[in-house]
Design a protein around this ligand. Structure first.
Ligand code: ZZB
Length: 263
């Protein structure tokens, strides 16, 4: 699986994360990024927040350049070490660790997003430890999972242990338009498939499938440098742009054939 790693630089730690960070001298003077793995770089204009799993453990890992540190799962750090994304080939250099729950409430820069004051790190139920980096960047206009989760948080902030202002001013932003679903694919699909919350796993799987296909084959950009152009052509261009500007990098994961066969 060929992902784009999106570098969300930390602007301000949550109180809990700040305590963890302060106790790790090796982080002093470093630029620290939460790195999200995405299959849809062309949708980065529509980022409204970043999701982590509250029961997952994340590490601080030395990045490719000496002043950069990535907050990601240990599993992904091992993969990155073989892709020129660590200080030395095959070598993982871990500087510390932090719980997903502690990261919630931190504010990060989301490349290309219209929310230029940064976006918040928020909890999501369905973040898998076994996929990508364990950090998910949220695009509620085009990802049904993200839309459902953000809506849950807006409805019940106290239940999810977040402050209302971390979600209140963050609305989905149109990135692309399709003939069938208009310029807000995920909200349209969530309504059509009667998705009530992030717990509606089966419908969300179906919605994701449809959103991928519609966006890629029938989508036209509504924002950014490539507005008016087909998504299928723009995807690689936005990816290249993110990589060229140092806001992202190529990150591949081996297919799960070996583990799934033995498991
Ligand atoms: C931004 C984005 C915008 C995404 C979109 C999707 C969509 P897949 O297809 O199942 O392989 N993701 C990445 N890592 C995780 C994780 N550890 N746990 C849960 N979700 C994760 O999933 C790849 C997508 O799932 C990634 O691409 C990421 O969200 C999320 F408009 O990044 B995506 C129709 C989907 N639209």
């Amino acid at each position: 699986q060929e992902y784009t790693g999106i570098k969300l630089e930390v602007r301000e730690w949550s109180e809990e994360a700040q305590q963890v960070v302060s106790a790790i001298p090796a982080l002093a003077g470093k630029r620290v990024f939460l790195v999200a793995a995405t299959l849809r770089p062309e949708t980065m204009y529509g980022q409204t927040n970043c999701f982590v799993g509250v029961s997952l453990e994340y590490g601080f890992f030395a990045g490719a350049s000496a002043d950069e540190v990535y907050v990601i799962s240990e599993r992904s750090a091992r993969n990155m070490a073989f892709q020129d994304l660590s200080p030395a080939n095959g070598k993982v250099e871990q500087l510390g660790s932090v719980g997903g729950k502690q990261l919630v409430g931190s504010r990060v820069d989301a490349p290309l997003s219209c929310y230029t004051n940064g976006v918040y790190v928020l909890p999501m139920d369905n973040v898998l430890a076994t996929k990508g980096t364990g950090v998910v960047t949220s695009v509620p206009s085009d990802s049904p999972d993200d839309y459902a989760a953000l809506r849950d948080l807006k409805k019940k902030p106290e239940y999810y242990g977040i402050r209302p202002e971390w979600v209140a001013d963050y609305e989905p932003v149109s990135v692309l338009s399709t003939p069938t679903y208009g310029d807000m694919t995920a909200p349209a699909l969530c309504e059509k498939l009667k998705i009530n919350s992030q717990k509606d796993r089966k419908q969300l799987e179906d919605a994701k499938e449809i959103a991928y296909k519609e966006g890629f084959y029938n989508g036209t950009m509504t924002v950014g440098d490539f507005v008016g152009q087909p998504v299928a052509e723009v995807k690689a261009l936005v990816r290249d742009q993110l990589i060229a500007t140092g806001q992202g990098f190529a990150y591949a994961e081996p297919d799960k054939l070996v583990t799934s066969r033995s498991g």
